[in-house]
Structures are given as structure tokens and as C-alpha cells.
Write a protein that binds this ligand. Structure first.
Ligand SMILES: [Zn+2]
Ligand SMILES: [Zn+2]
Length: 174
């Protein structure tokens, strides 16, 4: 959704509160495609900060359907977004603001791409169905949260193996 900021950008000391609606039904990024299970209206508080310039406070809440990193079960992850950016009219050449101004299309703010970027910045390092998820067995694929399987998952510690070798070598010399 595009929000027209021309009034605020061109009127000194003007402030505006706008509620925008996100169009995204899925969230697509290089990590994959995620279903949007909940999205709140995006609240924008826009204030003029000088000729052709404005400060935008953004607040919204988006929930994506993700999967547990360990057991692949569905997990709903909520992005509680609250941030602000400085934008300017296309006629204003302000170098240090160039980064944030990529969300402007003329006098309009592209809320969709702004929120998408902010979600990526807040992407969780780990998605777990619960903090102590036991994951799935690498051999038989059983969900270990439902109980142990009978697979032999013992992996010898390579450091212990090295010590054993030294120990065996010494024994042979004796
Ligand atoms: Zn899990
Ligand atoms: Zn197993």
C-alpha cells in the first residue's frame, strides 16, 4: 500500500496519523515463502521536520507461519514492529537520508516494502516450537518429543578417540 505524504512534506509543522493496510498474504524472501497468519493495520505517525522532510513512526504486528528448526512442526512467529524513519520529497537531495528514502515513490511511501525490510531485520535467529525441543532422529526421522527411538545415535568424541590411540600405542610398547 502506498501512503501519500505530500501534505506533510510540504506543510510546516503538520502531523498526520494514517492507518495503512498490508497487502501481503505470504512473505517471500530468500529464506523461503511464509504464510501470513495475522497482520494488524499499520499505524503511521507522520510529522513534518522541515521543508520537504518528514519523520515517520511506524507500528504494526505481523505473524508468520514458520517451522521449528529442530522438529519442523508449525510455529507461529510474531513480529512486533515499532520503528521510525526519516524521508524527504523527491526534489530534496539529502545524501545521508538516501538509504531510508528508497521506500519513497515520489511523494508516496511504500509501506509494503518498508515493513518487509523491517521484518527481515527482525528475523529470528532460531525458530523453535519450544525452547527444549528435542528435534527429530537423524537416522529414522522420529519426532523425539514423542519419545525416544531405538537408533544407535552414539557418536564417539574425536578427542577421546585420539587419547585412546595414544593409550593403545603406549600399551603396545610395554
Ligand atoms: Zn520443535
Ligand atoms: Zn531413530
Amino acid at each position: 500500500m502506498l501512503v501519500n505524504l505530500s501534505d506533510v512534506l510540504t506543510t510546516a509543522d503538520k502531523t498526520e496519523d494514517v492507518t495503512a493496510t498490508l497487502e501481503m498474504e505470504t512473505y517471500d524472501c530468500r529464506l523461503g515463502t511464509y504464510k501470513v497468519v495475522r497482520k494488524d493495520p499499520v499505524s503511521l505517525h507522520i510529522s513534518n521536520t522541515g521543508n520537504g522532510k518528514a519523520h515517520v513512526k511506524v507500528k504494526t504486528f505481523v505473524t508468520l507461519l514458520m517451522s521449528c528448526d529442530r522438529c519442523l512442526r508449525d510455529v507461529e512467529h510474531a513480529f512486533d514492529l515499532s520503528f521510525s524513519i526519516d524521508v524527504h520529497a523527491p526534489s530534496e537531495e539529502i545524501d545521508e537520508d538516501a538509504d531510508e528514502n528508497i521506500y519513497m515513490e515520489g511523494y508516496q511511501l511504500n509501506v509494503e516494502s518498508l515493513i518487509s525490510k523491517e521484518m527481515l531485520m527482525n528475523w529470528p535467529l532460531k525458530v523453535l516450537c519450544k525452547s527444549d525441543c528435542k528435534g527429530i532422529c537423524k537416522i529414522c526421522g522420529k519426532d523425539l518429543n514423542l519419545g525416544q527411538c531405538d537408533c544407535d545415535t552414539f557418536v564417539p568424541d574425536p578427542r577421546m578417540a585420539a587419547i585412546k590411540d595414544i593409550f593403545n600405542a603406549n600399551n603396545k610398547e610395554v
